[in-house]
Design a protein around this ligand. Sequence first.
Ligand code: VGL
Ligand code: ZN
Length: 221
Amino acid sequence: MSERPGGRESERGPSGPAEGQEREARHERYDPSTALLVVDVQNDFADPDGSLYVRDAESVIDVANVEIEAARSAGAMVVYTQDWHPPVTPHFAKDGGIWPVHCVHDTWGAELHPRLKVVHDERIRVGVGGEDGYSAFTVADPVTRDTEPTALDSMLRARGIERVVVLGLATDYCVRATALDAVALGYDTTLVVDGARPVELEPGDGQRAIDEMGAAGVALV
Ligand code: VGL
Ligand code: ZN
C-alpha cells in the first residue's frame, strides 16, 4: 500500500479506505492518451422495456457514469458506440439472423440511455449500412463476411490514443469483439468487468467471453 499524506485521509469520506483506493485506481486508468469506450449503452439493451434488454444493465450505467467522470477529469477521450441497424438486415431473426429487431437507426431503442452521462460527443455508429458483426472497430459484409474498418481506429490514432478501457453491453458480443479487436490493433486494453453484462444466449457465455478477453491480453479490472 502506498504512503499517503495524512491530510488526504480525511478526503476519503465516510466509506473508508477501500473506496479511496478504488477511486485512486480508477483515476490512474485514465490520461490524455487513453480512451474510454462506452459500448452500446442504448435503450434497447439497457432499458427493461428495450427489445434486447440485458439483465442488470442498470448497474452498467452506474459504473459507466463513474468511469466517464474519472476519464473526463483525467483528460481522457470518451467514445460512445451505438449499434445502429436499418429496419431490414440479416442481423435480425425476421431477415435470417438470430436477434429480435433492435437499435433501428433513429428510433428510441437506438438512443443512448437517458441516464448515461454523455460528456463530449464522440460517437461511432456500427451497422449503418446493414453490415453485420459486433466490433466497434470493424463491420462485416453479411454475405461475403469481408470486414472493413469503421472510423474508430483512425479517430483514436488521430488523438494519439495508446490505451483503451472498455465497458458496456453486451459482454459476450459487442464488448468482447471490440476488446479483442483493440488488442489485435495494438492498444493496451482494459475491461472494466463490473461495467459490462452479458446477453447469455447460452448460460456461461459471459464468463467465457471474459476468460477469452483475459487470455488475449485484455487486463481485467
Ligand atoms: C449486440 C447483439 C446484437 C451488442 C448487438 O451490442 O452486444 N448484441 N447486436
Ligand atoms: Zn445489433
